[in-house]
Design a protein around this ligand. Structure first.
Ligand code: KG4
Ligand code: ZN
Length: 357
């Protein structure tokens, strides 16, 4: 029937996300309990703290969503839960709770791949047909994939070292952007973006283009990060910068780093697009590139991708920011996508699921 309702549960990293949606993608309710503020004090995600907070939050996150949706648990038809990839201890909390709910309410479980959910959620609000390209750029992810169907992903590229959000965060910390009142509450990448908007020029420092001779679609950001670090060290010595002082060219340095990151991302996305067109994986014109993840909310990087897309007759789009970052909606939606494409071939209740890190 059309009334099929799925509860989605996401606990792969540091956000406890839950949501309820129906077959058509109508969102009934969602809850997102974030741990970011707590993790900042530890300088990154601490897996054991993340697990403990998921454990504290999971029941509330589920109950709140069911309540806000004005439903009873009996109204839910299936439970979709992230089983991989992610922090094992965090995944275990979500999977364990999903199994518990499945058992007491006799609801089937649908195991979800976190990255596939990121890529597919764009289809919830946009009319995007398979196949399309997806670029996931965040603090933890960096990959390019050709999405050929609900269960058919062709991985084109991955990062060889860091994720772009990770290096933007490092650069923000290195530039002490947190000490600038306007930026103190922002994610590192957002602070870099705002500083860059105030720059008078963005080519104060020339970065090498990573992997420019590699004939694949992989990424590498650690070289950019190190080059930036060395350059900043030199500049700071020249200015005799001490302690909490901020370098006068802070905006220009952020702009040149952001430009280098954008250039690398665009270069790899363009390669992926050309490769897929050449192989007939995607149409020559009217193809689609979906950009998602926390870094997708960077307007400069996104515009650079759109420019490249325009030249290639490729439609470049991004889901709304709350769907770009980790959330329960994308997990519930992926459950719906699986149901709509005939999942499973066997009785769902027979499928025993376990988290895979
Ligand atoms: O997807 P997300 O919320 O969490 C995961 O990493 O899984 O992404 C967070 C990352 C952080 O590194 C943050 O600095 C970056 O996304 N970010 C941005 C912007 N907003 C958040 N990076 C660049 N520009 C932004 N406007
Ligand atoms: Zn994610």
């Amino acid at each position: 029937s059309n009334k099929y309702i799925v509860l989605g549960i996401e606990t792969s990293c540091d956000d406890t996300g839950t949501a309820i949606i129906d077959k058509k993608g109508n969102l009934f309710a969602e809850t997102l309990l974030s741990q970011n503020v707590i993790h900042l004090r530890y300088g990154g995600v601490n897996p054991l703290i993340a697990r403990d907070l998921h454990r504290d939050n999971i029941e509330r996150a589920v109950n709140e969503t069911v309540m806000k949706a004005k439903l009873q648990f009996q109204d839910i038809d299936a439970i979709a839960v992230t089983v991989k990839p992610g922090l094992l201890f965090s995944l275990q909390i979500g999977v364990k709770y999903a199994k518990y709910l499945s058992k007491i309410y006799h609801k089937p479980l649908i195991p979800i791949h976190h990255m596939e959910a990121h890529a597919l959620v764009a289809r919830m609000y946009n009319n995007i047909d398979f196949p399309f390209l997806a670029l996931l750029i965040s603090g933890g992810h960096c990959l390019l994939t050709c999405v050929r169907g609900t269960d058919d992903f062709l991985l084109l590229g991955d990062t060889l070292d860091n994720a772009p959000g990770e290096v933007l965060d490092k650069v923000a910390r290195r530039m002490k952007l947190r000490n600038i009142p306007d930026y103190s509450q922002l994610p590192g990448g957002r602070a870099v973006e705002l500083a860059a908007e105030n720059a008078k020029t963005f080519e104060v420092f020339e970065f090498p283009l990573p992997l420019h001779k590699q004939r694949d679609c992989n990424f590498s950001f650690s070289g950019l990060k190190d080059a930036f670090s060395r350059h900043l060290y030199k500049k700071e010595s020249e200015h005799n910068i001490k302690g909490d002082e901020i370098i006068p060219e802070v905006n220009e340095l952020c702009a040149s780093f952001q430009y280098a990151v954008a250039k690398h991302i665009v270069h790899r996305a363009e390669r992926a697009l050309k490769f897929c067109i050449l192989r007939n994986y995607i149409p020559v014109d009217n193809s689609t590139l979906v950009v998602s993840g926390g870094v997708a909310s960077n307007n400069f990087i996104f515009k650079c991708l759109q420019c490249m897309g325009n030249a290639m007759k490729c439609n470049v789009l991004r889901p709304p920011p709350k769907l770009c970052t980790d959330n329960g909606i994308m997990i519930a939606w992926n459950g719906i996508e699986k149901i709509n494409s005939g999942y499973p071939s066997t009785d769902m209740e027979l499928i025993d699921i376990d988290p895979i890190a």
